[in-house]
Design a binder for this molecule. Sequence first.
Ligand SMILES: Nc1ncnc2c1ncn2[C@@H]1O[C@H](COP(=O)(O)OP(=O)(O)O)[C@@H](O)[C@H]1O
Ligand SMILES: [Mg+2]
Length: 460
Amino acid sequence: MASRTAPAPASTASRPPVADGEVLLATTGLTKTYAGADGELPVLGGIDLDIKAGEIVALLGKSGSGKSTLLRCLAGLIPPSSGTVTYRGQALRGANPGTAMVFQTFALLPWLTVQQNVELGLEAQGTPLKERADAAVQAIDLIGLDGFESAYPKELSGGMRQRVGFARALVTEPDVLLMDEPFSALDVLTAENLRGELMELWDSGQFPTRAVVLVTHNIEEAVLMADRVIVLGSRPYGAIRETFDIPLPRPRDRQAKDFEQLIDAIYQTMTGRAKDTPRLADRAEPEPARRTLANTALPAASVDGLSGLAEILAQHANRCGIADLADELSLEIDDLMPLVDALDLLGLAVVRGGEMLLTPRGSSFAAADVQLSKTLFAQAALEIPVVKLIVTSLRRAADGTLRAGFFRDLLAHHYTSEQVTRQLETATDWGRYAELYSYDSASEEYRLDEPDETARGITA
Ligand SMILES: Nc1ncnc2c1ncn2[C@@H]1O[C@H](COP(=O)(O)OP(=O)(O)O)[C@@H](O)[C@H]1O
Ligand SMILES: [Mg+2]
């Protein structure tokens, strides 16, 4: 794209100019709670955010941390539950006139051509027909789609479809371009290529927007593109955990020491666990020394999945880059993260600078036969608060059984009901495999796994 200097798209907006560093878009005390079948689901809490002219800001967080929700609030597509969103100093009421959105799934209309899909961006603004067509041609040109004007989305590759998504957003010359995981649905090489082209346009000053907000779950993508990375936590609901300035020159070098250090520091913040590497900045929340129910959420990782990952690591001489591994397995980092978190939590692997290393315990686990692997797994799992809670409670219960509701209530002090359900699913899977306890889904009861002789004593 942009092998030649494209003319600036026809101005559709008559907005007063703003200097770099001036705030375009801001939230103050923004919260969002969804009403669900089983009560209220708090998703975002107390978000204070400034988006300034001239910057690319990445909102980074795990799946479910409320990134898309925050972006929809910035776009004025949904109202916050409390707090405000202001655009150029004015509180938003309804759709934000200064933003346009690029979606992960492209969201193109299949019965319209590329040209018509791009013009759609302007139709909503009531731009006259001729102007619309001219602006669309220019946006199509800018984004490297010329020649595809009359094609239909189904004739295009994923990368080309997402270019249409970009052109449709850029044609309106929004002050702030909002992108919701725009590269996640693309294969690795296509994503890399498109990212690179967009960054070239941005750096050369041809990008017809003043600021970009990029939502992503990919740490490397955030550090490659953004001037500022804002990490959203998800326990118990989305709040800004930390902000990282990325002062690295562009184009950025993934191999550079400071690039790797930033990735590492952000990884630590995202997982909320201390790693034995030097920290770049003082953490806002120091790592609690002791694991508690409240600070140790079980990731959605099955024993099969985490054992598989441990074995793959063992095949890679006990270490592997996380991003490389995701590529190799054709997995999204997002899908791999819970397994990585689980191995880390169980002390079977450690994560350093975007690399995973099996610990001695992890490599014994990977090499063990079924019986030994169950024993090693049980030892590791008993150090995890939720698993320990279930086992010690069952031991105290008169008949060695307890209803799931009991644990649900205890966890509900710290987690949303969705998070509680997910954690209990993991705890059930782990406890069954470790032969610590069983779970009967019909009666919703956990039962302590008795040592074999008692069982034999009854039946013999
Ligand atoms: N319209 C909705 N109604 C109810 N719950 C929702 C809605 N949209 C999202 N959620 C829930 O809010 C949480 C955050 O979702 P989302 O903003 O999509 O997170 P992310 O984009 O970080 O994955 C999730 O638990 C999700 O299930
Ligand atoms: Mg999302």
